[in-house]
Design a protein around this ligand. Sequence first.
Ligand SMILES: *[C@@H]1O[C@H](CO)[C@@H](O)[C@H](O)[C@H]1NC(C)=O
Ligand SMILES: *[C@@H]1O[C@H](CO)[C@@H](O)[C@H](O)[C@H]1NC(C)=O
Ligand SMILES: *[C@@H]1O[C@H](CO)[C@@H](O)[C@H](O)[C@H]1NC(C)=O
Length: 443
Amino acid sequence: MARCRCGGRALCLCLLPFLMMSHLLVYIMVSIFVAMSYTPEPQLPLHFVASGASSNSGALAPHPLAAFWNLRLVDGALWNRLQHLQDRQHNPILKGNSTGGSSPATGRTTVLGTGVSPPCGPDLLWASQLPDFNTMPEQMQDFVLSMHCRHYTLLMDQPDLCSGLDNESDTSMLFMAIKSQVGHFENRQAIRETWGRSGWVKEETGGKRWQVRTVFLLGRQDTTTGPHPDLGALLQLESKRYRDILQWDFRDTFFNLTLKDVLFWDWLSMHCPHAHYIFKGDDDVFVRTGALLDYLNEHHASSQGASNRAKRREDFLVGDVIANAWPSRQPATKYYIPESFYKGFYPTYAGGGGVVYSGALAVRLHEISQWVNLFPIDDVYLGMCLCRLGVLPVHHPGFLTFDLPEADRGKPCAYHRVLLVHKRSPKEILTLWRQLRPPLSEC
Ligand SMILES: *[C@@H]1O[C@H](CO)[C@@H](O)[C@H](O)[C@H]1NC(C)=O
Ligand SMILES: *[C@@H]1O[C@H](CO)[C@@H](O)[C@H](O)[C@H]1NC(C)=O
Ligand SMILES: *[C@@H]1O[C@H](CO)[C@@H](O)[C@H](O)[C@H]1NC(C)=O
């Protein structure tokens, strides 16, 4: 008897962990179910809610009217709340393919489901969601007022930039898209004469030749962006002479730089979808193009063959990778993002200056960006898009966003392993280009 009772207790002791585990499992399943079927209280005015996100549209699974417990998003920051709606609507796991009949909402929000895009002008709607809107810095206010717009007219186009290259499939092609401003003629000219020269470019050590195409991405620079002399006629002349200027009809400001990425992807997928690699950078960096081509050739070769390698090539972005960054909360800085606008860490992203990615990834970025609300800082926005594609950027120590140690800047040998360095004036770009001409192997 005694032995038996003892056995029962042992059995109990053995079963206890399993009982606890099963309770825990039930708890987790209920939590997941609640989280999946939860919609934040519709605090946002209905006509900016993505079509299909309202409770009676039938496009979503039925869900409880109120949250089971507070998921904290209701009192979250504006961008997070807007994006939460987007992510819910565009959820490939819940909804199968992205083309599930619903249209992307960012920038193409429909007015009460009528299919009519709101006029792309300043709109106070989202500003009214921000209690501290009136005390925000001007650039933040401007951003909030126009963040629903992402379609701007192309004022200067180069539709034939890539024609004739499409079917030379064995030629590798690097497309360089450089963010510039109307007034930066000297930077553009220095780049044209040095690292950004369009045409055939040879790898530095490998013997292969690449087709390089360079284009400059510009917005509008006029009295609305500060006191600016009118350089319109000069720009016309420049565009006619060099045929490498894309200009859109939006104010060229720091917080509008994201528009350049989004609009460039749009342009690229239409006019140059065959580019193998894309370089995106600023007009105040120096790039060792030949060395970059060496690196890309290596990457290209190493990723051919096995299908998982091919996938790696398609999902490729390299640069100066920054992880676990926080938004700047100092109102006086250029990068200031108020807490009422964005909460949380930034996703892993590649810091400014310049990044290189595959043409295949550019196409995917173009698609996914329709589902990601514009964010004021362009590098972070790119990181947000990558995050949603499940692509992790590759870090390369040759991308020097924060420059070399000051003592080394004048020594050509110090550039031995550099692919890109920020920042350099037009004069310095010309000097460096001349100094780095001879092979650096003796360093
Ligand atoms: C998803 O898209 C792919 C390719 O576009 C297609 O082959 C597949 O049938 C689609 N699946 C569903 C569930 O619609
Ligand atoms: C290749 O390009 C040329 C000129 O751009 C065009 O005439 C020709 O049809 C193209 N060939 C193929 C196979 O696409
Ligand atoms: C971006 O450009 C649009 C169109 O010109 C303008 O209305 C908006 O104020 C600009 N945004 C910022 C942050 O400058």
